[in-house]
Design a protein around this ligand. Structure first.
Ligand code: ATP
Length: 222
């Protein structure tokens, strides 16, 4: 058996904008797994409408949100790549960078995980990384049959299992249920309201950061 290594976890999303729900979930996973977490904004998300804010604007919000701590780090590799932001490519590039032994963990919301079978090369993801499925208390994720069959032999309840092999396990992790969505934050801003305490203060401290979502875009008026 190989010796245990500190996992590297990734938390992907559009982050349009980053909010406290994302940050708290990533933080709790980082502490529970004792892993460094890379926040990986998608340039062209393959499974959903295109973001309102540009890739650069979303990266600037992430940079501001992540300042002052070092558990959660910004990783811009999907922005540097042409074409759709496939998680398979992101994990393959991390695998090439960190070698065959380092445990990689894909942090993924239970809602997104339920749709995994639609992802590019989804079965191959298990060869590249573990999956840590972030669930809210009392949420029972429904899985299509193909996914349930794939997951059955990979399930573990042990955080330590993610440290002794580089990929392939599936762990459910309960994280704080914060009823916050980027969709709602965009709606608040478009209506002229302020998403205080739904987003980190750093996003409100610089009025340019949330400007892409305000109705009076470009005027600078809040
Ligand atoms: P939208 O409302 O635009 O769909 P979102 O915040 O749900 O935004 P993403 O930014 O793509 O969408 O989310 C990235 C990841 O964060 C996903 O895996 C999603 O499941 C998870 N996530 C989103 N909101 C929360 C939350 N409140 N708590 C925990 N995880 C969340």
């Amino acid at each position: 058996m190989m010796s245990a290594m500190r996992p590297l976890a990734i938390f992907g999303g559009t982050f349009d904008p980053i909010h406290v729900g994302h940050l708290r979930a990533a933080w709790e996973a980082s502490e529970a797994l004792d892993a460094e977490v890379r926040m990986v904004p998608a340039k062209i998300p393959p499974h959903r409408p295109q973001p309102v804010a540009s890739a650069e604007q979303r990266a600037a919000m992430l940079r501001a949100a992540l300042a002052g701590q070092d558990r959660l780090r910004l990783d811009l590799r999907e922005l540097d790549r042409a074409g759709p932001s496939y998680t398979f490519d992101t994990l393959a590039s991390l695998r090439a960078e960190f070698g065959e032994q380092r445990p990689l963990v894909l942090l993924i919301g239970a809602d997104a995980f339920a749709g995994l079978c639609d992802w590019h090369r989804w079965r191959d993801l298990f060869g590249l990384a573990h999956m840590c499925v972030l669930t809210r208390p009392a949420q029972i994720p429904a899985m299509p049959e193909a996914l349930a069959a794939e997951v059955a032999s990979r399930k573990t309840n042990e955080v330590a299992a993610l440290r002794v092999q580089p990929a392939g396990k599936v762990l459910d992790m309960v994280v704080s249920a914060l009823g916050i969505s980027a969709t709602r934050i965009r709606a608040l801003l478009a209506a002229g309201r302020e998403p205080r305490w739904l987003v980190p203060d750093a996003l409100l401290a610089d009025s340019a950061l949330l400007q892409p979502y305000r109705m009076n875009r470009g005027s600078g008026k809040t």
